[in-house]
Design a protein around this ligand. Structure first.
Ligand code: PEP
Ligand code: MN
Length: 337
């Protein structure tokens, strides 16, 4: 439920309400708006005597949150969440582009690509050190050596880094290197992993599960938020449908639907959505036009030799060209890139 405080409620009154709610077993999430403060109270209301709260000084009213996800819901927070990744803001007027290879393969090739995506205008560098591969015989990633290469690339380029964590046992390690923790599609409902990521202070890029509904995806985000981490970035990366012409089917309607249901930022991954580099540009432009807050795009200096996802990776020159084309689309929807 939402406890709406009156316009002139004092800080002390707000604190007292929070204290009371905690005593009654609720977790509290105050949101300080320009005009009013509201307190999200998450817990079991069955035995709550609502009068105990409504009669407190400074309280205007109680409003139930109807959606099963509470903290992720726009009912609780009307303003968009803007996530600050060391100065790079995701969810505001700028479209943030994250780019880099699917996996970190060697220091030299990774650094070369990192410098090129930076020159083209990417703000965040991607690269997997722990890879969730369909086959156990495929390249599984360089693990901590890969994380060290990522950190070196951050040092050289100044770009922030996003990288996937696939197992609860690695959260601490990945957290010690990454600026954004990525939770992949295959782990969207790994609830222990969501909780662990929720106990860190790093923003989490939560990819939509292979066949997850929007509600299931928001419930996964809720796990991270409920564990105490308010910085969740949703990522639409295509879902499984009957269509086989592309690797997955992008759900473009998820963008406005998420914008209506949630205050969290949403980015789009056109690389995994299509599985083919030649379609990446069209979907990237479509995503920006549809209201996405950012993109995550796979770029590889030599896709033919890539150890994972070569067919969907753009060459750096193609990526640079796409970044130019995206500027016009962003401008048409009143945003910058
Ligand atoms: C990735 O980003 O390389 C990845 C494995 O993505 P997804 O979880 O969306 O398949
Ligand atoms: Mn990939």
């Amino acid at each position: 439920m939402i406890v709406v405080m009156s316009r002139n409620a004092t800080k002390e009154e707000i604190n007292n309400v929070e204290k009371k709610l905690s005593e009654l077993g609720f977790s509290t999430h105050p949101i300080y708006g320009e005009v009013k403060t509201v307190i999200g109270a998450i817990g079991d209301k069955r035995y709550l005597n609502t009068h105990e709260i409504t009669s407190m000084p400074g309280v205007e009213c109680l409003v139930p949150i109807m959606k099963p996800y509470k903290l992720a819901s726009r009912e609780l927070q009307q303003n968009n969440t803007i996530i600050d990744v060391g100065g790079v803001k995701i969810g505001g007027s700028n479209i943030v582009v994250m780019a880099g290879p699917c996996a970190i393969e060697s220091a030299d090739t990774f650094l070369e690509t990192a410098v090129k995506v930076k020159e083209a205008g990417a703000r965040i560098l991607r690269g997997g050190a722990f890879k969730p591969r369909t086959s156990p015989y495929s390249f599984q990633g360089l693990e901590e050596d890969g994380l060290k290469i990522l950190a070196e690339a951050r040092e050289v380029t100044g770009l922030k880094i996003v990288t996937e964590v696939v197992d609860t046992r690695d959260v601490e390690l990945v957290n010690s290197y990454a600026d954004i923790l990525q939770i992949g599609a295959r782990n969207m409902q790994n609830f222990r992993l969501l909780r662990e990521a929720g106990m860190t202070t790093k923003p989490v890029l939560l990819k939509r599960g292979l066949s997850a509904t929007i509600e299931e995806w928001l419930m996964a985000a809720e796990y991270i938020l409920a564990a105490g981490n308010p910085n969740v970035i949703l990522c639409e990366r295509g879902i499984r449908t009957y269509e086989t012409a592309t690797r997955n089917t992008i759900d473009m309607s998820a963008i406005p639907v998420i914008k209506e249901l949630s205050h969290l930022p949403i980015v789009v991954d056109p690389s995994h959505a299509t599985g083919m580099w030649k379609y990446v540009g069209a979907l990237a432009k479509g995503a920006v036009a549809t209201g996405a807050d950012g993109l995550i795009i796979e770029v590889h200096s030599n896709p033919a030799s890539a150890l994972s996802d070569g067919p969907q990776s753009l060459r750096p020159e193609k990526f640079a060209q796409l970044m130019k084309e995206l500027q016009a689309v962003a401008a048409a929807v009143g945003r910058n890139i």
